[in-house]
Ligand binder design. Structure first.
Ligand code: SAH
Ligand code: SF4
Length: 421
């Protein structure tokens, strides 16, 4: 979502005549878009602001801080980096169209009409596009700062989303990724239609070959979505559905709204409809009160579900959240050990499952050049797994690729058919 917000800010600035650059020395303006989901992300902002101070002193560059840290830590930023010119919150980036020549300006409004963002251009890569379908979160998991940084849930009208999809199709986009903190909370304000309806409409009305969406919430997930995936091949068979912790005690302390049993039952019913579906998840280790026995429950879920991919984090207390008042009693060393353990386990699961792909042909969409070998491109298969591929010459194209080798995190292969069947 942050990448998408940066693309929206980029679109506004390019329309105003600004030129993007990768070189810090060339820039007259720096916009730092920020994440506050963990402490480390926040600290990165302050160390980068420290680096930018020299550009401020030498050239008088303009510095803008946008996003979640800006929204939540305005006073702290003003105190620690008084040379920041503009502070823009998570929902007021579109104001950049009017305030670029201001100094000492801030705006943290939470709510605005969807029309306001729809009238602005987005600076995207030209084959895969993020599309916001809802923003905010009402779940209030006790560890999470998102409900505070992004406000209450609000869904974008389906008619606006479909119009954007149509435009992207005309422009030749190959993939779209529907975004929301909790896409299962999506409700069309005009018709009451949910995510399954939206996916069906996109599948029926548009020729965009690949449609993804994230993030799904286990307590609100509707199995109708999996049925849509089965019926329409453009809705990719991949679901990012975080469980966070494996034991009921910790799930309750986290206020996740489901039990271990309910989560596993849901995974079973999804796999019953599409056995080879790619499931991925987020996990937090070392939540306050998580004993070794509780952690074992997390390990068991990983072994049982065999995810295509996981994102795992050490618990990081966030000011303002309920869990901030809990005793952060798991030592960092212990958190690190738990993290390493699940990452090692997952590595072996991925390696085992990737090996089954050797000798088979997969359709990939190419995304970038391979940094280690410029003659190769890097793409993704439907599950989201990365492939280093020989014989592909164009970024943003589909190819059929024969898988010849694998590691835990990626596959290697060669093109057998340029079109991608
Ligand atoms: N809406 C999504 C995820 C939003 S944040 C969901 O509910 O799944 C992305 C991930 O960051 C979360 O899934 C969680 O695993 C992690 N996360 C959020 N707050 C955290 C915290 N305080 N400490 C560590 N990880 C956290
Ligand atoms: Fe955060 Fe929970 Fe909302 Fe996800 S569902 S954004 S983890 S509060």
């Amino acid at each position: 979502m942050n990448i998408n917000d940066s693309e929206k800010m980029g679109g506004i600035l390019v329309k105003k005549g600004y030129i993007p650059t990768d070189k810090e020395e060339e820039a007259d303006i720096f916009i730092i878009n920020t994440c506050s989901v963990r402490e480390k992300a926040k600290e990165k902002l302050f160390s980068y602001l420290g680096r930018l101070k020299k550009f401020k002193q030498k050239k008088g560059v303009k510095i803008i801080v946008a996003g979640c840290v800006s929204q939540l830590e305005k006073d702290n930023i003003k105190k620690r980096a008084p040379y920041v010119d503009i502070l823009i919150g998570t929902n007021s980036y579109f104001k950049l169209k009017d305030v670029m020549d201001k100094r000492d300006y801030s705006d943290f409004q939470f709510y605005r009409d969807w029309k306001e963002i729809d009238s602005q251009p987005v600076r995207r890569q030209n084959f895969s596009a993020y599309i916001t379908i809802m923003e905010g979160c009402d779940s209030f998991c006790t560890y999470c700062v998102v409900p505070f940084s992004r406000g209450r849930e609000r869904s974008r009208p389906m008619s606006y989303i479909l119009k954007e999809v149509e435009k992207l199709e005309k422009e030749g986009y190959k993939e779209i990724q529907l975004l929301g903190q909790n896409v299962d909370a999506y409700v069309d304000p005009e018709t009451g239609g949910r995510l399954d309806k939206l996916l069906e409409k996109i599948a029926v009305n548009s020729k965009i070959p690949w449609v993804r969406f994230l993030t799904s919430h286990p307590a609100k997930f509707s199995i109708d979505i999996v049925k849509i995936m089965k019926d329409y091949r453009s809705i990719l068979r991949a679901i990012h559905i975080p469980f966070q912790a494996g034991g009921d005690k910790v799930l309750k302390l986290m206020n996740r709204g489901y039990t271990r049993g309910e989560y596993l039952k849901l995974m079973d019913s999804i796999k019953k409809i599409i056995p080879d579906i790619a499931l991925s998840t987020d996990i937090i280790v070392g939540f306050p009160g998580e004993t070794n026995k509780d952690f074992e429950k997390t390990v068991e879920i990983l072994k049982y579900v065999e995810y295509e991919n996981i994102f795992s984090f050490k618990y990081s207390p966030r000011p303002g959240t309920k869990a901030f008042n809990y005793d952060d009693n798991i030592p960092d060393k212990e958190k690190t050990e738990r993290l390493i353990m699940i990452q090692e386990l997952q590595k072996n699961i991925q390696l085992k499952n990737n090996r089954k792909k050797i000798g088979k042909i997969f359709k990939i969409l190419t995304e970038v050049k391979n940094r280690r070998d410029e003659s190769q491109l890097v793409g993704r298969i439907e599950s989201g797994r990365i492939v280093n591929v020989k014989g592909a010459d164009k970024i943003g194209e589909f190819y059929d690729v024969l898988i010849e080798g694998v590691g835990p995190h990626n596959l290697k292969g060669k093109v057998v058919n340029k079109k991608g069947g």
